[in-house]
Design a protein around this ligand. Structure first.
Ligand SMILES: Nc1ncnc2c1ncn2[C@@H]1O[C@H](COP(=O)(O)OP(=O)(O)O)[C@@H](O)[C@H]1O
Ligand SMILES: O=C(O)C[C@@H](O)[C@H](O)C(=O)COP(=O)(O)O
Length: 329
């Protein structure tokens, strides 16, 4: 039996909803931000990275989001188009909002952090009326980034997108994607994360992200197994808990559990690991692979991306992943 069955009727594989931003990745690595002088510009934002990752793997992808009416917004939209991603669901802000920026600090391969500039950002201005129902109806899966739930009106837009997905038999993949900068308080975070997780078929997050989601649920010593069981009580069919360099663990609603190991990497920076892992994992599931094989593929994608300078631009093609994995067979 397949771990998840995606509709064969739909012409798109994945539509992602959430932020389209800019990553400014430090060129001078292994030093603090105070001493970092130059950066390279890439398209960023976790759901954008995942959509780009899927597209590189030849999956038909689309995006629902809002960009600023400026050079950065146009750069992002053009990059998506150049990568074969449908931008018919990408709208332009006209309220004077700006593009979100993520400056990366690479002190060492183990010590990386992100400095986010997210005041008055266009991505969080997406209105419910701007959510393209037809794109969701025509996609096998909707990928929701949890950060898009942080503020209205993007929050309501995402909740509506979730309703459209359930209405049209589009599988919901929820990447918790917790970024503290955008949230007001923990209670609010847990409430809206719950609303999305309850409607999701696949939930992906780190242990810390699940702890954020479940913090008021009374699971004092939340184990990965208890986390999975909690969400199988709703719509979830697969729950994936990521543990950085310790790999990942996935649970299936059929009672199965799958330990994912990592591939060796010449780590430049650790960000981008989760997004590339998600792209590879979703790709595998959509190909009808077993959970373990999909996890291995995701881990290989992650190793490639963390050994590179960017997140989006470094997303590997199928050929690159296969070649990389073949070294370890
Ligand atoms: N140092 C590392 N070496 C090799 N693979 C890694 C490393 N860190 C993360 N990964 C891979 O990326 C996956 C996701 O990483 P993780 O750090 O847990 O997610 P996130 O980037 O969302 O915090 C891991 O399950 C693992 O497969
Ligand atoms: O998500 C962002 O806004 C920034 C990303 O583009 C980024 O570089 C990053 O943090 C990737 O996240 P991860 O895959 O969870 O490490």
């Amino acid at each position: 039996m397949l771990p998840v069955t995606f509709s064969a009727e739909k012409s798109l594989d994945l539509v992602a909803i959430g932020r389209l931003c800019i990553d400014l990745n430090a060129n001078e690595i292994n030093r603090p931000m105070e001493e970092t002088m130059t950066f390279t510009k890439y398209v960023g934002g976790s759901p954008a990275n995942i959509a780009i990752g899927m597209s590189r793997l030849d999956m038909k992808s689309a995006f629902i989001g809002k960009v600023a009416d400026d050079q950065m917004g146009r750069f992002i939209t053009q990059y998506l188009k150049n990568n074969g991603i449908s931008t018919s669901g990408v709208v332009t802000d006209h309220s004077g909002a700006v593009t979100g920026l993520a400056f990366t600090e690479i002190k060492s391969p183990e010590d990386c952090s992100i400095l986010m500039y997210r005041d008055n950002v266009a991505d969080l201005k997406l209105e419910p009326g701007e959510v393209n129902e037809a794109l969701i109806a025509d996609s096998k899966a909707l990928l929701v980034s949890g950060t898009a739930l942080a503020k209205s009106p993007s929050r309501e837009a995402v909740l509506l997108a979730l309703r459209y997905a359930r209405k049209h038999g589009t599988k919901v993949i929820f990447d918790i994607d917790y970024r503290p900068y955008t949230w007001t308080n923990d209670q609010e975070t847990a409430i809206y994360y719950h609303a999305a997780a309850e409607k999701s078929d696949i939930i992906i997050g780190t242990r810390e992200e699940f702890d954020m989601l479940e913090q008021f649920d009374g699971n004092d010593e939340a184990s990965d197994e208890a986390t999975a069981a909690q969400w199988f009580g709703h719509h979830a069919e697969i729950v994936v808990i990521k543990h950085g360099k310790d790999g990942s663990i996935a649970y299936g609603k059929d009672g199965s559990s799958h330990k994912g190991s990592i591939f060796p990497a010449k780590v430049i920076k650790t960000f981008g690991a989760g997004d590339s892992y998600a792209a590879g994992f979703i790709y595998g599931l959509m190909k009808g692979w077993e959970i373990s094989r999909s996890m291995a593929f995701g881990s290989a994608c992650a190793s490639i991306v963390i050994s590179s300078h960017s997140c989006s631009d470094a997303m590997p093609t199928l050929e690159q992943v296969e070649q990389y994995m073949s070294q370890f067979q």
